[in-house]
Write a protein that binds this ligand. Structure first.
Ligand SMILES: Cc1cc2nc3c(=O)[nH]c(=O)nc-3n(C[C@H](O)[C@H](O)[C@H](O)COP(=O)(O)O)c2cc1C
Ligand SMILES: CCCCC(=O)C(=O)O
Length: 372
């Protein structure tokens, strides 16, 4: 937290003339130059014609803001209480697979950066590092509790339960169940590139079978249903978040089934091409949920103003997926830190320009145009 003051002119702009990045897209361009083209396509791409992928970013363009004036001063405070912890800002890191494919720093480097920024990392079930090692990095940075785990519940309930125990023992503070993936989306870039497998030495370390030590394949299970969510709630006391909700009826069902948060997402346009953007789906989900549980959102967040818009529409916090991968692929751990610091600074500045000092000041009255 710093007092909101500003001085005009290059002498007072500490970043003027400094090395890039100035925004997240600078890191994207740097990452793209470094990555193997097939890996870049995997990290970048979406499903089908990538309509939803493109729309995720442009949906935010449809909003214009109505800033309030003469009230942007005072102590800016971005802290955000969420599921028993308090994040330093309303931005967390969405689960993304295969961090060691992006950079040798991998999930541990990402965790260190997230700990430094004092927010939450949702570790993907398809992480290339064991959850225990990622949790140890968080603990070493004196930020236990900053790790959540993303789960694709497996049809083998015994294995699922043993993984949940492992995740609990490592100290994760929430389970994020991804519900938008009954099958894998049709990612045509990957089909064209023949991107099927991780290179030797990399694997989904959290899929190790406790009995054989072998890494199992992740099963995307079309039979996953509400009774299985109830089952999961019965085997763990961790908060359960459902990620990948777009329909308000599902948001209502989620609350009825006792989940602890609803995460509005179309999986970064990688599952159902043509699906609504999260920001367009958000208002009816917020309506359906009321203030019974927090609503999170991800997809297309690239700017502080995107965060501001999502919060004004009723989200408690937002996730970033690809930008974190860009930072990681470009510069490893420091790149992830830059992504989070850039977003924090951008959000803080946008809030001040809009006359808001804390996230609670943001409401739909700040939006000039509401799509639909
Ligand atoms: C390369 C990549 C891998 C992903 N892996 C996972 C995953 O393992 N589990 C999951 O729930 N979502 C996964 N996602 C989706 C993200 O959690 C998130 O919903 C999406 O990236 C948000 O959109 P954004 O990239 O525009 O920020 C992945 C996304 C990308 C780009
Ligand atoms: C089993 C798939 C994990 C990765 C994933 O969710 C994605 O690439 O979007």
């Amino acid at each position: 937290m710093s007092p909101v003051t500003d001085r005009v002119g290059p002498r007072h702009n500490p970043t003027a003339g400094a090395a890039l990045p100035v925004n997240l897209r600078d890191l994207r361009d740097e990452a793209w130059r470094r990555l193997d083209p097939a890996h870049r396509d995997y990290f970048t791409g979406g499903a089908g014609d990538e309509r939803t992928l493109r729309a995720n970013e442009t949906a935010f363009d449809a909003y214009r803001l109505l800033p309030r004036v003469l009230r942007g001063g005072g102590e800016r405070d971005l802290r955000t209480p969420l599921l028993g912890g308090t994040l330093s800002m309303p931005v967390l890191v969405s689960p993304t697979a295969f961090h060691r494919l992006a950079h040798p720093d991998g999930e541990v480097g990402c965790a260190r950066a997230v700990a430094g920024a004092d927010t939450v990392l949702v570790l993907s079930m398809a992480a290339t590092t064991p959850v225990e090692a990622v949790a140890a990095a968080m603990d070493a940075a004196d930020r236990p509790g900053r790790l959540w785990f993303q789960l694709y519940p497996q049809p083998d309930l015994g294995f699922t339960e043993s993984l949940v125990r492992r995740v609990e023992a490592a100290g994760c503070r929430a389970l994020v169940v991804t519900v938008d993936s009954p099958v894998l989306g049709r990612r045509e870039r990957d089909l064209r590139n023949g991107f099927l497998d991780l290179p030797p030495g990399l694997g989904c370390e959290n899929m190790r079978d406790p009995e054989t030590g072998r890494i199992r394949d992740i099963v995307l299970d079309a039979d996953l249903d509400w009774p299985r969510i109830d089952w999961l709630r019965g085997v763990t006391r961790l908060p359960v978040v459902l990620k990948g909700i777009l329909h308000p009826a599902d948001a209502r069902l989620a609350v009825a089934h006792g989940v602890d948060a609803v995460w509005v997402s179309n999986h970064g346009g990688r599952q159902l091409d043509g699906a609504a953007t999260a920001v367009d789906a958000l208002p009816s989900v917020v309506d359906a949920v009321g203030d019974r549980v927090p609503v999170l959102l991800d997809g297309g967040i690239r700017r502080g103003t995107d965060v501001l818009t999502a919060l004004a529409l009723g989200a408690t916090a937002v996730g970033v997926g690809r930008p974190v991968l860009w930072g990681l692929a470009a510069r490893g751990e420091p790149g992830v830190r830059q992504v989070l610091d850039l977003l924090r600074a951008d959000l803080g500045q946008a809030m001040t320009l809009a006359g808001a000092v804390r996230p609670a000041d943001l409401g739909p009255d700040l939006l000039n145009r509401m799509p639909r």
